[in-house]
Design a protein around this ligand. Sequence first.
Ligand SMILES: [Zn+2]
Length: 1010
Amino acid sequence: MKKQLILLAMLVISIVSFAQEKPYFQQDVAYKMEVTLNDQTHEVYGDIEISYKNNSPDALDKIYMHLWPNAYQDGTALANQFLRNKETDMHYAEIDKLGGINDLDFKINGSKVTWTYDLNHKDIAILELANPLQSGESLTISTPFVVDIPASFSRLGHVKESYQMTQWYPKPAVYDRFGWHPMPYLNMGEFFSEFGSFDVKITLPKNYVVGATGVLQNKKELAFLMEKVKMTNEVIENEEFAKSTKNDSFPPSSSELKTIQYKAENVHDFAWFADKRFYVQKSQVTLASGAKVDTWAMFTNYQGDIWTKGVEYVDRSVLYYSERVGEYPYPHATAVQSALSAGGGMEYPMITVIGPSGDGKSLDNVITHEVGHNWFYGILGSNERDYPWMDEGMNSYYESDYMAKYYGSSGMDIGIPPVAMKLLDAEDLDIEKLAYLWQARQLNNQPMNTTSDELTMINYQMSAYSIPSMMFKYLEMYLGTKEYDRVAQKYYTDWKFHHPYPSDVKAHFEKETGKDLSWFFDEFFNTRKSIDYALGKVVVGKSSTNVTIKNRGEINAPFVISVTKDSTVTNHWFDGFSGTESFDIPAIEGATYSIDANGDMLEIDRKNNFQKRPAKLKFLAGLENPKKKTLYVTPTLGYNAYDGFMLGLGFYNRVFPARDFEFMFTPMFGFNSKTVVGLGSFKYRLYSDKGIFRETTLSTNVRSFNRLENTDDDYFERYTTITPSVRFELRRSDISQTKQFITLKYRHILKEKALLDGINGDFRGKKINDRNIFEGSYELKQNTAFNKTDIEFSILGEGYEKGNGTNVTYIRATLDANYSFKYRKNKKKSFDVRLYAGKFLAHDDADFGTFPMALNSNGFTDNYYDNFYFGREEQSGLLSKQVSLDQGGFKLPIPKTQSFGVTNDLIVTMNIKADLPLRLPLRLPLNLPIKPYIDLGYVKSTAPSATNPTEFFYNAGVALDLFDGILGVYFPLIGTEALMNQQPNFGSRISFNLNLNKLNGLEALRNISL
Ligand SMILES: [Zn+2]
């Protein structure tokens, strides 16, 4: 008994001690560097010495070092991330454009140390310490190094003699209370570094202008910069900055060298930018405490016109953040315009680099965002790689507020004219909210607390930047701006020059506000859960109004009841709850009541926030407007050989962003058939975060058109298809490039057939031929940087009544595999292969049956009415030349026959099409997209009436792929004799294909893996 108790006690103690977080500590580092820039070989070489003090309670037996210039090579985490995001520039780059860090010879306290590259990452090294570094002790790491500067693929780089020296020197990874944080360099995903000091000497040709982290130590260099400032001011005064003149020519480098020195304290990185063409602006701001900050802008004459205000933007942003967050602690803030291939701007302590900008406003926007990172990245040094929202999200929140303050709106200006915005119901357009709704309603959003490399490209933008920014705004509105600022300012003072984690932000905000903020930091930031309150009954009383609210969401977040009278909104905030509750609020006579009239919350559905939603009919399209119910209408035009020209109206409820239930209904009048024809569909989508299916779509499509006209007896034969289906998308990892689907489909086809008199053949009326088809299929779609794969395996069974009254059933299996390989860099040139195989597993009909599989898919072999044809039953003329690229995929239009090119048993075909590798030697009009193609086929039949039981076919020619593949025209040139003989001459062998699915923009957008 005693023994057991001891064991239990030991277990408890070990669990407790294991779970206990170590107390906060941070390491100290001090860097000394002396480097030289060789602008002939584009190298930086020199020596580095790092004093490293171990403030942790642990003895360290190794030190992880980042060697990030090595990222610019094949097979690195950076290279892999580029390919995942379909960016192939670095993949296809010549070897001399790549980069690296070489000639390393690490020493610890002057003695050689054993070191290796990390097994998985050559941009991480591990120094094995012969004697562990004890708690409280220091050591010195030193090494020579040569940086081979890559072309501008991401951040570190050069464009000719313009240099962006970032993430360029050997640097220890962070060791903190959670252990080591070695991380390979990434384009999408930022940094985490130890605070310390830098003393850097840079030697380079005398006529380079340099902007860097730290304080310049040389009077002579300062005079050189002031000379540049004078010259720049003259150019500005004379209005000599041309509008966006891209000048790639560089003045020759002076043969004399200079050595300049910078010192910086309390920073965790050192970056510098060198360019002989830089113009320089200088200013200064005085903070509330009286502290002065020097501000600089450096830029070339490319966009010199909008940079003339560059330094003013730096001034204003330093003042804004100092006032709202806390005072800027460094001696200068600088913005430089230089090459950058990772976003619009990039932050480093005291210095930011800005790429090309649209106009003054967007330049201000980017400068402010990057200067703001001095607070959220520079001073509050969080682990951005794992929690990008801690710097990007919190910073974007302030940046939006700055833009709202100085430009009136924080929303992105996407350049749509006001008239069009009104037509689209988009006067209140907030593109970031729409993007959130688009992703979240399809459960494609990812929690904020997802590491950078596990976020998709769009979600990196959203989970790191826009969603947390909107959420912090939500929190501000809930707490009140004054209280929010007090809490945020204290967070800044408590944590500056430290490494806060999400748990620290949460603990701070909860302690300061006295509120439970788990809805925010846990439920919203850790999951895909969404917020949604619905307005219920509103009982207006004399002094107070009773409002019933239902929480339809998954989070008990605070919410606001708005009372609107005229255009004045009074807001009443309440803490979250679950279920249904009612609330008393002061009544205002003649007011309307709603949830969150101003859109301060971030809800997934605002349509249920308002008392009355007037319904209206709207032309063409619009954005979802939560205050209105809208049915869209558009005139539709169609044509087929039997109904003639068709005119009608399309009614639909589809809007952007997506919604769960969507319908479309398009009745049309056929002027030839004088009947109503048309199509319609509805779709209901369900999303789940659990189980094997992430999305389930229930849908039904209906289509009814005439397919034949008999002019002698003046009647039409119509077909109608009703197709309910359910489609499941299998769960996948968020960043997976492969999607899988399982679809179950039932097709009910009603086909009118003329009843003819057995003796004289007179028309005696019509009967309806009824078909029932069941299909199950599995589909795999993969889309990578180099290829596209789409494989579908399907089993289909049908029972129908033959003309003679006998019942026939069959089961058919098909495989349709498409593979497209992009074979040229930076171009869309591709090589497409399709393999099609079909086999009847069972068939009651002894002969070909009514629905054989065919080499050539056209109006009369389209057994299941999958495609639209202008002339479904046409035997001659232009309309008979329309083919579809399903079934055997042969393009030569084979006329309707009982036995040629069809089978009741087995068909295997291969269709190959390729872009020409070179541009054609002769210049064709419109630069026609000509592609050679070849079709190969094997058909085996067991039908008694088959002339050849097995047959091989081939056919080759050229295709014209017009309007991005919507229209294809095929010119068969050579082929198997029997096949070519199906049409009498070259002209009659030409066929065309219309891919209307490509025109459905919203559906196409859904299919893009964002
Ligand atoms: Zn940023």
